[in-house]
Ligand binder design. Structure first.
Ligand code: BGC
Length: 795
């Protein structure tokens, strides 16, 4: 685990002031750079030591066998695993005779800084060789937001107090050895050397490798070019053999003299394009990067980020650690999705090999709600990707004997890759989650063309799925049986409230969209009878309710299950899934992650205030948060029901998930849903923002330690700013046309905001929320303690 406050609290940076090899892999995830297309883990320039070497291209995967002890009908046969592609990061350095390696000699100083506004990872160090020679290295790395195929590294070496003979070796390396990821020898064999080199090209300062995967048949091109500034006598040469290419620079530096190298990298891949086409694509991207030059790339990067932060920044006064963490989270959500362009946004983004690089519902229910209001075009593109996989989802539905489309629980390319039915395809709610992301995006942007051309078909096919998966009982009530909701400790059950409510909204949204796009709907084969059936199912949707306890069982019968023995469960037995059989988890009242509580967030319109308060208290006592997706939702509902300090605690847990490595697995990649969840906890929690039925509403209320919260939302092309203080809130509109108006609700009251006039509203007094909810023994979130001393912003 990363010790608490491993990184000083600064508003716009994550700074590491000392290299700790114990947590190298975690830091590689924290310091990962990406743009949604390329992802570079924060590996040290010299490649070694490393935790997990990682260079990823969105959707570049290899197929691997899915081993089953006992196979069954409909089990996916093949898995997909993200490939660690050709690594362009390595820059090795030889000082006199000594290879620079932080494990040898003396590392006098070592600092790394991830800068959210510059979009760079900066590294400065001073190293004394075992022979006592001193050298300073300053490297800066970026993955460009403006040129999606491009990354660049500026590497500068300085001789400190005596002349030094230097060799810099800048490399492209395919098939790097990786730490073992799977105990299954068949899986390991496939991933040991996933790339077959097809072509090597090089001249004095450039090189290019083209490679192909054996099974998935994807072709990848990686190119590097160098611009070098050093002493008059500096030798440069490039060579390539086997799996690598290398540019070597040799020179002698006098004390105070520097050698500077800018390494430009470009990447491209395709399942269809020919070798010459990929060759041209990557050398073209390299030429564009060269044309911009290092300064140009940095300038474009900053301009892109200035624009992003102008629209997306969240300001938190009173908890600087959360301030830093929410920006860190937003920065990584942006890096995961900014330039994904018709590719998925994976659960770990492109920061590590965790979950095999798969995309889950995390995207639609955690990342996309944030991007809908901060970078809507990234949402359109992520949903276009889902749309592009509809044929596969239709095939899957057919295989399962269902109508419409069944999207995969986890995948890279679109095929179902989950080998475990109860926490895989049975989590049918992903279909309603995707539909809801469509609905939310259209409501927030008014993008009619998208709804007609893309959204409608997703809504229609998912509605068809629900209609065929569920059934009307003899009393006419509609049930969805045998499914798994968000809580993976309660599987294959009837009438999961979250699933039913989300399916209900899906069915209505589909019928409404059909009304708006009749001609296109007709071409999809929808008729009045079908939409009437959808509306009928939605109207008759069954929601279990326990009258005696006055709470909603999260699935039929849940509240009569045996209670879990929390006092008898030692702390080291969490996460429970690693220490108890699933059959036992499934039949007891123990909850991995917010499920009914999540329903109260996204379908809050279906519950009364009293129900919300009672349900929240009931599920708090049984939720263990073995998933990183839980804390943010608990923050949102804790805030809504008035437990503001508890909401603050949960906000802290979501926001610090990776900076504090709370789940002890940040090394495998970041938890993008939890990081997005920090924004949700602030905006939907303390801002009380909801978007039911395409209407914006707010119910802001701050906890004791946060005295001001400011955030902006994109709404139909306008930027709505919400500035919350402890007793009042100001809504203002920016960048709208003169006559722009946004109607919203503030604590239940209608408000209209125009560009001409800000509106300030009082925050009604909080009625006592009742007794403090309790969590299972040992599972209460860490309390937000008084603020740590702030480190001055050194930008
Ligand atoms: C959670 C899922 C989530 C997945 C990927 C699991 O532990 O239970 O809800 O989709 O992780 O983040």
């Amino acid at each position: 685990m990363i010790r608490e406050r491993a990184y000083p609290v600064e508003p716009w940076h994550v700074r590491e002031t000392r290299l700790d090899l114990e947590v190298l892999a975690q830091a590689e995830s924290v310091f990962a750079l990406g743009n949604g297309h390329i992802g570079l883990r924060g590996n040290l320039d010299e490649g070694e030591p490393h935790g997990i070497p990682g260079t990823y291209l969105n959707s570049f995967y290899e197929l691997r066998p899915l081993p089953y002890a006992e196979a069954g009908y409909g089990f996916p046969e093949s898995g997909q695993t993200v490939v660690n592609v050709t690594n362009g990061k390595p820059i090795r350095l030889l000082v006199d005779d000594e290879p620079f390696d932080v494990r040898y000699g003396e590392l006098v100083s070592h600092t790394r800084v991830l800068d959210f506004r510059a979009g760079t990872l900066d590294r400065q160090l001073e190293w004394k060789t075992p022979a006592g020679r001193r050298v300073r290295v300053h490297s800066t790395r970026l993955v460009s937001f403006t040129q999606r195929a491009v990354a660049a590294i500026r590497y500068e070496v300085e001789a400190v107090d005596e002349p030094l003979r230097l060799i810099v070796q800048s490399e492209l390396v395919a098939n790097e050895a990786l730490p073992a990821q799977s105990k299954d020898p068949r899986v390991a064999a496939v991933l040991t050397k996933p790339l077959e080199i097809e072509e090597r090209l090089f001249d004095d300062t450039r090189a290019q490798l083209i490679a192909r995967t054996k099974r998935s048949g994807l072709r990848l091109g990686a190119a590097m070019g160098h611009e070098i500034d050093g002493p008059a006598k500096t030798d440069v040469s490039t060579e390539s053999h086997g799996d690598w290419a290398r540019t070597t620079i040799a020179c002698v530096l006098q004390p105070g003299e520097k050698l500077t190298m800018v390494k430009l990298l470009s990447y491209g891949w395709s399942s269809r394009r020919s070798l010459p086409a990929i060759r041209d694509q990557v050398s073209g991207a390299l030429a564009a990067a060269k044309f911009s030059g290092w300064e140009g790339l940095c300038r474009e990067q900053r301009e892109y980020l200035d624009k992003f932060w102008d629209a997306a920044d969240v300001r938190v006064e009173g908890d600087q650690e959360v301030q830093q963490a929410v920006r860190f989270g937003l920065f990584h959500v942006l890096q995961a999705g900014a330039r994904a362009e018709l590719r998925p946004i994976a659960a770990k983004g492109l920061t590590g090999p965790g979950y095999d690089g798969h995309v889950f519902w995390d995207t639609e229910m955690f990342a996309l709600p944030v991007l809908t209001y901060t970078l809507p075009k990234a949402v359109a593109s992520a949903l276009r990707w889902r749309h592009a996989t509809l044929d596969l989802a239709r095939d899957r539905a057919q295989q399962l004997g269902l109508r419409g489309a069944a999207f995969p629980w986890r995948t890279i390319r679109g095929q179902e890759c989950s080998a475990y039915w109860p926490a895989g395809t049975a989590a049918f709610h992903i279909n309603a989650d995707i539909a809801d992301a469509v609905r939310r995006y259209v409501a927030a942007t008014g993008d009619d063309d998208f709804e007609r051309d893309i959204g409608l078909e997703i809504l229609v096919e998912t509605a068809r799925l629900w209609r065929s998966l569920g059934h009307h009982d003899r009393h006419g009530r509609f049930h969805i049986d045998g499914v798994t909701g968000p809580d993976e400790y309660t599987a294959i059950k009837d009438d999961n409230v979250y699933t039913n409510l989300m399916a209900q909204r899906n069915l209505i949204a589909a019928a409404d969209a059909v009304n708006r796009h009749t001609e296109r709907a007709w071409r999809l084969g929808v008729d009045d009878e079908e939409t009437a059936a959808w509306r009928g199912a939605a109207a008759a949707m069954h929601l279990p309710y326990d009258d005696e306890l006055g709470v909603h069982p999260q699935v039929e019968g849940f509240t009569r299950y045996q209670e879990w023995d929390f006092p008898g469960t030692p702390t080291e037995h969490y996460p429970l899934l690693l220490n108890y059989p699933y059959f036992d988890l499934y039949r007891k009242q123990v909850i991995k992650q917010a499920d009914l509580v999540l329903a109260m967030h996204w379908r809050g319109d279906a519950f009364t205030d009293e129900q919300k308060a009672r349900n929240f208290a009931y599920y708090e006592r049984r939720t263990v948060r073995d998933s990183s997706l839980s804390a943010c939702t608990q923050a949102v509902i804790a805030a809504e029901v008035g437990h503001l300090e508890l909401a603050h605690d949960y906000l802290g847990e979501a926001a610090l998930m990776d900076l504090h490595d709370i789940h002890d697995n940040t090394r495998e990649g970041l938890h993008i849903a939890a990081l997005a969840g920090a924004w949700l906890a602030l905006v939907a929690g303390f801002g009380g923002m909801r978007d039911h039925d395409g209407e914006l509403s707010f119910a802001p209320r701050l906890p004791g330690r946060i005295n001001r919260l400011e955030f902006s939302l994109m709404w139909h092309g306008h930027r709505l700013r919400v500035d919350v203080r402890s007793n009042e809130v100001t809504y203002s509109l920016r960048n709208g046309a003169e006559d722009a108006r946004v109607g919203l609700r503030h604590h239940g009251e209608d408000v209209v905001v125009t560009c001409a006039e800000d509106v300030t509203m009082p925050i009604p007094l909080l009625r006592s929320p009742g007794s403090q909810p309790r969590q299972p023994a040992g599972r209460a979130p860490v309390r937000r303690l008084p603020a740590p001393p702030e480190t001055p912003n050194q930008a």
